[in-house]
Design a protein around this ligand. Structure first.
Ligand code: KG4
Ligand code: ZN
Length: 413
């Protein structure tokens, strides 16, 4: 089959993304197959363009994403972003083979902008339309990276940690005849890890989004200075109810032995602990002064932020990050051992965190477990990952009709 060009569109949260990914399928003959090896066909991906219009400046004054503003910004950006992605890829509306768009999870109004535009393009151009789960996109960002760097075969089962502003989820991933299936074996019971980074940064008057700022500041403080605890959630037992991705009971169903052990996260406690520390150490006046000073600077640099941070704040930030990283790594590796996985994927915005990557590499390395990440740019929201996740669906001719719609709380299965 000739190479396929897929135009991906992503608008689930606060980034408008469009990308063109060229994908191909190479059949290798005479290959001895083991059930654990990814079949004898090799998929290839090449990113031809990957345009992301960020809305950071719009949401910055509010310290978080404002859904109505996000939809408005997507509306403004979608046409030029898609046009730029096609131009950079040397493609036209007519030359792409399919259009892929994020269906969910995400903000309903934001998702609808991408979906409506993708539908209009598919209808007018008579191209197949593919709906992609955003979380599957994050997982395929790892594969996209792998295929770009021409790594060898992938050993299954794969455990994927998707850790972003909205999710901290563990999935066992399998593939059979290009059909990817996922089983959730853990999720956050309250805040997502990225949300904790963002809320703590906001609490400390550091700006938005908090993850990248904390990442850069943490290296300037002592991670041992403040002792924080993270909640150790006991594995659910058979008296517990089955939960969906949002922690809601599923039709009164109870967990059974076949559901296996669960590895859940909880990050609202650490946020409260930081708040308590701020109150007992009387840091509020310094935080307010910092917030005011940084609000007056257009796009503050690391040096700007450092100028307004004393040692105690830097130590607090470093200690918070160390606690988050250790908890994410320890729980993920415990799940990897329990399910005897062969490969670990770490993706989503928080996977851009340098300490998280280094700690995973060190600790997984000690267990002899290969761990893969997307590049830092492919970790955060982008449309190349959506186009990449769409390719196996293209091969299976899994197209959607014009009446499909956004699913804000879409689960990954
Ligand atoms: O995947 P993503 O771009 O959007 C969602 O699907 O949520 O993730 C955004 C999240 C934000 O919470 C942001 O603060 C966090 O990822 N993030 C980071 C880093 N870069 C982004 N967290 C920690 N360290 C980073 N370097
Ligand atoms: Zn995301």
């Amino acid at each position: 089959m000739p190479d396929v060009h897929i135009l991906g569109i992503e608008s689930s949260c606060d980034e408008t993304g469009a990308a063109v990914v060229r994908s191909g399928q190479q059949i290798l003959s005479n290959q001895i197959l083991s059930s654990k090896i990814l079949s004898n066909q090799i998929l290839s991906n090449q990113i031809l363009s990957n345009v992301v219009a960020s809305q950071i400046a719009t949401h910055q004054p509010y310290g978080g994403v404002v859904p109505e503003l996000a939809s408005r910004e997507h509306l403004r950006a979608i046409v030029p972003v898609v046009r730029q992605a096609l131009a950079e890829a040397g493609q036209t509306y007519q030359s792409v083979d399919a259009i892929a768009v994020t269906q969910g999870p995400g903000l309903a109004g934001a998702l609808l902008v991408g979906i409506s535009y993708a539908k209009a393009l598919a209808f007018a151009l008579e191209k197949p339309l593919i709906a992609v789960n955003h979380l599957e996109g994050h997982i395929h960002a790892v594969l996209l990276q792998q295929r770009q760097s021409e790594h060898g075969e992938l050993q299954f089962p794969v455990l994927a940690l998707v850790v972003s502003g909205g999710h901290t989820h563990l999935y066992l991933a399998q593939v059979d005849e290009n059909l990817w299936t996922y089983r959730n074996i853990g999720h956050t019971r309250d805040d997502a890890a990225g949300e904790a980074f963002d809320k703590v940064a906001k609490l400390l008057g550091l700006g938005y989004p908090g993850g990248p700022i904390i990442d850069r500041l943490a290296g300037h403080g002592d991670p041992q200075a403040v002792r924080f605890q993270t909640s150790q959630i006991k594995h659910r037992d058979r008296r517990d109810h089955k939960k969906d991705d949002h922690g809601q009971d599923v039709d009164g169903q109870l967990l059974t032995e076949e559901d296996g052990p669960q590895f859940d996260f909880s990050y609202s406690g650490i946020k409260t602990a930081v708040l308590r520390y701020v109150e007992t150490e009387a840091l509020k006046p310094a935080i307010e002064a910092r917030w005011r000073a940084l609000a007056g600077i257009d796009e503050p640099t690391l040096d700007d932020i450092l100028r307004f941070c004393d040692r105690q704040t830097l130590d607090l930030v470093a200690s918070f990050q160390r606690t988050m990283v250790n908890d994410l790594v320890a729980k993920t590796l415990a799940a990897a051992r329990a399910y005897e996985v062969q490969t670990l994927f770490v993706s989503g915005g928080v996977a851009a965190n340098r300490e998280l990557r280094a700690t995973f590499e060190r600790e997984a390395g000690m267990q002899g477990l290969p761990v893969f990440f997307p590049s830092r740019a492919l970790s955060t929201d982008n449309a190349a990952m959506i186009a990449a996740a769409a390719f196996p669906k293209f091969l299976r001719r899994e197209f959607v009709s014009m009446d499909f719609s956004a699913e804000a709380g879409m689960a990954l299965r």
